[in-house]
Design a binder for this molecule. Structure first.
Ligand SMILES: [Fe+2]
Ligand SMILES: [Fe+2]
Length: 429
């Protein structure tokens, strides 16, 4: 016979681990979907704003962080969209701004005066988002809305980490002195007030602040992505050189290792080129931003691979000549041309000519374990990038790619022209 232990604390009843399953929620399906649409809108606009700022964020470590946040927020957006569509919501509603006041928060956020202020605004918005996600768990019905609960639990874990990582970058290198803190707190407060005017993240809170146009930067200032290749003061010099990894480092193991590292390290240029397109290329279907966000983060990680290998070789990567020419060329192209340049002219060609496979084999041949691992994953990423580029190019060309060959020839001609002044000076490419 079963004898319950009278001294054991009573366990609340659960179904499949879900407690409180008879709770009456604060909102129904339609209201739930309406709130989730606001989260989706904030995550989507936030990732595009972070991409827009990535090229202009001088602090090297913050560029890496933004790359990761752009991708993870694209995953948040994607998973929210999937859930919203399950809640009797049509896909047509997904790409609209839920309210002009909420859109204004994102419009202002990007108009930060500098990168530290921008990161502060992002952290402020993420704090509000995190609080809303946590509150949502207490508002919804845990059994029937369990798929939303699961999504939010993942988002809560990641947003908590994002905020801590942003705070670390904001405080680093002079960001925590008192005058700077006061200035940054004022901007975080502005973002909080604008959210208040929008009824909070969820749009259901009482409004205590009315927006006054004289308090806004919108209308007085416009944001433009950085085309110069912003870098912090540690990095000198910048050189316009276009292709890395070609320098004569020798064909022994040490030379090959240096050459592989120098091939990956300048890939921040590719990441920055994609970042420009994510921000500047308005009106594309969601899939375009979703694929581009992943492509961006992969290229940021490829650069990080180079950094890790240089560190492994005892090289101070801040003292290396920093190649910027490819970014300047990307900046001169349209979003479609950038996708063709990176995805077809570079990445598809490397797949077809076996360059990516050879890099793995070369590292293996010389017993370079870390380089072999990195190149193996780099190759795996690049296979996906060719697919992302094909899909994004088809989207941008509205399914008719008959002009593609002509565009490839034109981009190649312009690239040769772009390099010509440096080549004339005897610079090796
Ligand atoms: Fe890459
Ligand atoms: Fe790539």
């Amino acid at each position: 016979m079963f004898h319950p232990d009278p001294s054991a604390p009573a366990t609340p009843p659960r179904i499949a681990g879900i407690a409180d399953y008879r709770r009456i929620p604060a909102f129904n399906v339609a209201e739930n979907a309406r709130i989730l649409l606001r989260y989706e809108f904030i995550e989507r606009r936030l990732l595009r704003s972070m991409a827009g700022w990535l090229p202009g964020v001088a602090r090297w470590e913050a560029k890496f962080l933004l790359g990761r946040l752009v991708w993870e927020d694209s995953e948040h957006t994607q998973t929210l969209r999937t859930r919203i569509l399950e809640l009797r919501t049509s896909e047509r509603i997904l790409d609209r701004a839920p309210s002009p006041n909420l859109a204004l928060v994102l419009d202002e956020l990007v108009l930060a005066d500098d990168w530290r202020e921008f990161l502060t605004g992002v952290a402020a918005l993420k704090r509000a988002l995190l609080a809303a996600y946590q509150r949502h768990l207490t508002q919804t019905q845990p059994l029937v809305d369990q798929p939303t609960v699961r999504v939010l639990r993942i988002l809560i874990a990641e947003e908590t980490e994002h905020i801590a990582l942003l705070d670390e970058q904001i405080a680093a290198d002079g960001g925590s002195n008192e005058a700077e803190r006061t200035r940054l707190d004022a901007w975080a407060q502005r973002i909080a007030l604008l959210l208040d005017a929008a009824g909070g993240v969820q749009g259901i809170d009482p409004v205590s602040y009315a927006v006054r146009s004289e308090d806004l930067r919108t209308g007085k200032k416009t944001f433009r992505c950085d085309y110069t290749y912003a870098l912090d003061a540690r990095f000198t010099p910048q050189v316009p050189r276009f292709i890395a990894g070609q320098a004569p480092f020798g064909d022994d193991a040490a030379g090959v290792y240096r050459s592989i590292a120098m091939g990956r390290f300048p890939e921040m240029q590719a990441a920055k080129g994609i970042a420009l397109s994510i921000y500047e290329n308005d009106g594309q279907p969601w899939e375009y931003y979703y694929l581009s966000a992943r492509h961006l983060w992969d290229e940021v990680r490829h650069c990080a691979m180079g950094q890790a290998m240089l560190e492994d070789q005892g090289v101070d990567w801040t003292r290396l000549p920093h190649f910027v020419g490819n970014y300047h060329f990307y900046a001169s192209l349209s979003p479609l041309e950038r996708a063709i340049r990176l995805g077809v002219i570079i990445e598809l060609a490397m797949m077809e000519n076996g360059a990516k496979r050879r890099e793995v084999e070369l590292a293996r041949k010389h017993g370079l374990a870390l380089a072999e691992t990195f190149q193996d994953y780099d190759w795996a990423d690049e296979v996906n990038h060719v697919d992302y580029a094909r899909r994004n190019i088809e989207t941008m060309m509205h399914g008719d790619t008959s002009a593609l060959d002509g565009m490839i020839a034109d981009i190649n001609r312009r690239y040769a022209e772009f390099r010509a002044p440096w080549e004339a000076k005897g610079d090796k490419f």
